[in-house]
Design a protein around this ligand. Structure first.
Ligand SMILES: [Zn+2]
Length: 240
């Protein structure tokens, strides 16, 4: 049986390896403030990292599970930051979404996997919430794909970008009430590869969770297709 010290050492070792890899692959400026990165800093400088409203651990993010309570019960909720409409948390999401920085989503996914998700976490596949093909063409990438890929990279659990398809290009969820959001996402997803997910325990991931309506719609089609959606993860979780 692995001791907690060994697991901790293993996680530090993996962090070291990943950081080393990032230092070779990415520019030496902070993705949030453009300051030069010091030795040992990767993607985000220490000052910006300190200012990010991060969850302390998975117990803290899990305590927000009741926010999502509704038609589907999840066993866990992993989120990296608490989302506020202003400040550095919003900047992080804007950079990921609109500033052509999918590598930042990968980096956050990687850290979430290392810092929050325990070994043998109880899910077998990571599925990102898909974008509609028109939006994907316009943006060039789906940030949730890169976030999922980052989690997969640090946990060793496989992910797939094309199990679920967004069949309707629904209007933005911004400025909608919880009920309007639930209606807005009804029937927008379809499961394309049922054989890959039957009886599988799934973690569904998205960039932001607000009311959870989008994740719920996604979870429902997956459950109808025979999967068990056991948890959700996001870069940011809107608090209350
Ligand atoms: Zn910075």
């Amino acid at each position: 049986m692995l001791t907690s010290k060994y697991i901790l050492f293993n996680q530090y070792f993996k962090t070291f390896m990943i950081k080393d890899l990032f230092s070779l692959m990415y520019p030496h400026t902070c993705a949030l403030c453009n300051a030069g990165l010091a030795r040992g800093e990767y993607m985000i400088c220490t000052r910006c990292d300190f200012r990010l409203p991060k969850f302390r651990n998975c117990d803290e993010s899990n305590s927000f599970l009741p926010l999502l309570s509704g038609a589907h019960l999840y066993s866990f909720l992993y989120a990296f930051i608490k989302y506020y409409k202003k400040g550095i948390g919003q900047k992080l999401l804007q950079k990921i979404k609109y500033d052509n920085k999918p590598d930042l989503a990968f980096f956050i996914g990687n850290r979430l996997g290392l810092e929050f998700i325990p070994p043998n976490p109880g899910f077998e596949m990571i599925l990102p919430v898909p974008l509609h093909k028109k939006k994907l063409k316009k943006r060039g990438y789906n940030q949730a794909d890169f976030f999922a890929k980052g989690i997969s990279d640090s946990t060793g659990i496989k992910w797939s970008p094309d199990v679920i398809c967004r069949i309707k290009n629904n209007p933005s969820q911004t400025n909608k009430s919880r009920m309007e959001r639930i209606k807005n996402v009804e029937g927008i997803f379809n499961v394309e590869k049922i054989d890959l997910i039957i009886s599988k325990k799934i973690l569904v991931v998205d960039d932001v969770i607000t009311t959870g309506a989008t994740l719920l719609a996604c979870s429902e089609v997956l459950e109808e297709a025979g999967a068990h959606v056991v948890g959700v993860a996001s870069i940011a979780l809107a608090k209350g």
